[in-house]
Design a protein around this ligand. Structure first.
Ligand code: TXA
Ligand code: MG
Length: 320
């Protein structure tokens, strides 16, 4: 059984020995290994059952020099780093020389982010080496937002889980390609949306021809709970489904449909930040409820909802 602990020194020591450690970030928990520990990186792929061609994000502490990791940094990238690091933003650069190909999935690019979590920042500073960290869940499943979620995600393992409390953002970072001379291209939506990125970088999202960058993580299905999840584009449609299947559905919606028991309902907050904070926890609660199906109301379209909609649409099946 995995150990949940706040012992930073032990986490440092394990990582130095090449043993992967689960770490907290503001988005979701990650399964970390130092970028120069090939054996530990391989162990992460096998723990997660993750295909080897899915590249990993490199995590750095605030203020660290990235020039050894990347080939060049555009002005757009500089603006974005200045405004949003530390924070839930991953930037994809052209990779520098001598980067372990396991990290980049043999691609010419490298993804970097600076997490906004005090414990992990301290860990990085003590280690003095960047960490790769995919989300700490089996491949394709729901990401963990607490140390307990990590423990439940790997029931058979003896992981060391550094406990940094509940993640304040709750969904994975926004991933942005900044390899063009100027401008950016969103590869994975998150809580930091296109409008805010444009305001900070002072450019439109695509100032160059959109490039065919390979992002294997953009699969049609991801973030999946164990129970089948249906999503509905209106509350009325969701309510109809619930009335036909009373007693069998766990509901995540803006209001509780009539006849649904308290233990089978999780309210959907009205803001993107509120939904992000709760989303994965509510899917896990739905899994535990014993319901036959999960049903969720899909928030409306709009830049600020894109990250949430992307998660729900990949986790579930469109019902009506
Ligand atoms: O919030 C987050 O980003 C969390 C925390 C732990 O930092 N990490 C995370 O990692 O979500 P992961 O491995 O679950 O998702 C990383 C995504 C994948 O879709 C991967 O394909 C993409 O990042 N990625 C990594 N390196 C890339 C690269 N060089 N080019 C394009 N996409 C890349
Ligand atoms: Mg993931």
């Amino acid at each position: 059984m995995s150990l949940i602990s706040t012992d930073l020194q032990r986490a440092v020591s394990y990582l130095q020995q090449g043993i992967p450690v689960a770490i907290p970030t503001e988005t979701v928990y990650g399964l970390a290994a130092p970028i120069n520990q090939k054996k530990a990186i391989k162990a992460i792929f096998s723990l997660k059952n993750r295909p080897l061609n899915h590249p990993l994000i490199v995590h750095i502490a605030p203020g660290w020099d990235i020039t050894k990791l990347v080939r060049n940094v555009s002005n757009t990238a500089k603006h974005l780093m200045h405004h949003f690091w530390p924070g839930p933003l991953t930037l994809v650069f052209e990779s520098g020389e001598h980067i372990e190909p396991l990290i980049t999935g043999h691609q010419p690019t490298i993804a970097i982010r600076c997490p906004d979590h005090p414990l992990t920042q301290e860990l990085l500073k003590k280690l003095n080496t960047p960490l790769v960290a995919p989300s700490a869940n089996p491949f394709g499943k729901v990401s963990p937002t607490t140390a307990q979620h990590v423990q439940q995600s790997f029931p058979e393992e003896d992981l060391f889980i550094l406990d940094g409390g509940r993640c304040t953002v709750g969904i994975e970072s926004t991933i942005v390609d900044v390899t063009a001379v100027s401008g950016f291209n969103i590869l994975r939506h998150g809580l930091l949306d296109e409008t805010r990125l444009q305001q900070a970088s002072l450019v439109e999202s695509f100032t160059e021809e959109k490039r065919a960058i390979q992002t294997p993580g953009r699969l049609a299905q991801h973030y999946q709970p164990e129970t089948t999840l249906f999503y509905f584009s209106s509350y009325e449609a969701l309510n109809q489904f619930c009335q036909k299947n009373l007693g069998q559905v766990y509901v995540i919606a803006s209001k509780k449909p009539e006849g649904i028991k308290e233990g089978f309902f999780n309210p959907l907050p009205s803001t993107p930040a509120g939904v992000a904070y709760n989303l994965y926890d509510s899917l896990r609660q739905g899994d535990k409820s014993g319901a036959q199906w999960l049903a969720i109301e899909l928030p409306r379209t709009g830049s600020e909802w894109e990250g949430i909609r992307e998660r729900i649409m990949k986790a579930g099946t469109y019902a009506s």
